[in-house]
Design a protein around this ligand. Sequence first.
Ligand code: ADP
Length: 489
Amino acid sequence: MKILLIEDNPGDARLVREMLREGPTDFTLHSARNLESGLRFLAARDSAINVVLLDLGLPDSRGLETLATLRRHARDLPVVVMTSLDDEEQAIHAVRQGAEDYLVKGQVDGRLLRRCLLYAIERKRLTESMEKARQSVAESEERYRLIVDTAGEGIWVTSPDTRTVLVNQRMADMLGHSVEEMKGKSFFDFVAREQVPALREKQKDRMRGISEQYELQIRRKDGSLLWVMVSGSPLFDPENQYIGQLGMLTDISERKRIEEIKDEFIGMVSHELKTPLTVVMGCLYTLLSNKLAPEDRRQMLDDAIFGAESLSDILENLLELSRSQAQRMVLEKHTTAIGHVASEVVERLRSKSAIHRLVTDIPDDLSPVEIDRVRVGRLLTNLVDNAIKYSPDGGEIKIRARQDNGNLTVAVIDHGIGISKENQAKIFDRFQRLSKSGESGIPGIGLGLHVCRLLVQAHGGRIWVESEPGSGSTFYFTLPVRSEPASNR
Ligand code: ADP
């Protein structure tokens, strides 16, 4: 054990040396007669010294300043202060300022001195290792806090009586509250009222030690509800006492929204398929009865074909959508005159309505286009079909085509209900209908225009609408033109 004694009085120094000689522990004493030489000694071999025995009244430094200077130079060394009888108060101050202990000169015997030095060393070692442990706890706490705070999921720890003990920022953000606002509140304060009874049952399960995953609707600060997936686990202390639960919450509102859209879509498509199918089946059953006059049979067959074509149109649009989503839309392009495709569409749809007049305005000398004839036929069918559906008072519907700047521009013009500016931006999106078929009586699944846009884009063209509510709409699309003359296909 190496001791540095800083003491100017040779008599006191001798006394200390003698007292240390007794006893079982092997003490090696180095001494310095003033602070400066003490510090020099420490600077040269500080690691070897275990404890400093310091007289506060030295020739080059007096009082607490002596301790302060020493500690500035050797922060981690334990120091025992030596003081005279009339300065005990100062010694107590020294201990407050970091000295391990103090001794009053003249009241020290060998045993006390040795014990005091050994304790000082031991106490310093203990405080240091406690400080290290505290630091490592603080560091690991900081690490966990970081993990909890940066987690993508909401983390929520509650006490046995459901009060919030810990929530991370993500959880607070999900609910629109601050972390502070949530602390101490019961999680029942944050769920939709109708979920409370079911949640009470789940609380009982947690207390029984059961973990579970379930969907829950929580109430945000602004009153809106949010669907979350909760993974709830009970927490027990080492004595197996229930101390609350840990919930990991994931926002599943987007998934729920998609599920709702899917459900709505399935309902809508089934309804729209059922109507023409009922017509087809009704016609076929009536035809089976064989008691019809020839002209009625003809009418029945026409109606059945009409119904089947409607079904086929819906299914074709659905198929185009699914092909495009699977990146499997492959065009079969041929050099084609747009006039032929338009005439075929007009022929097919003319029988759909007696009150509409379908006409084409397409010059014969237009350059041919390199297109998938079937797909452009479907595109025109969708547009003309809409023109019929959304012109309830009848009137003329025209397919017009013009060529300019290397493009063919085709227009489908109606004089129907028209579309407001604001809605014009939406109608090319999937499943967008401006009025539900239930309200307007006009059938449809909101897919026709979306498929038109997919087909036009696949051909390298673009599609848009110009319209005035109440006076009709014109849908335009462009197709790139080839330079040779039109073929007769
Ligand atoms: P659907 O006709 O099956 O509803 P579409 O995608 O073909 O679906 O059309 C989307 C919406 O755009 C329609 O529901 C309708 O509100 C509006 N729309 C389409 N074409 C016209 C038109 N020619 N005139 C007025 N509104 C139209």
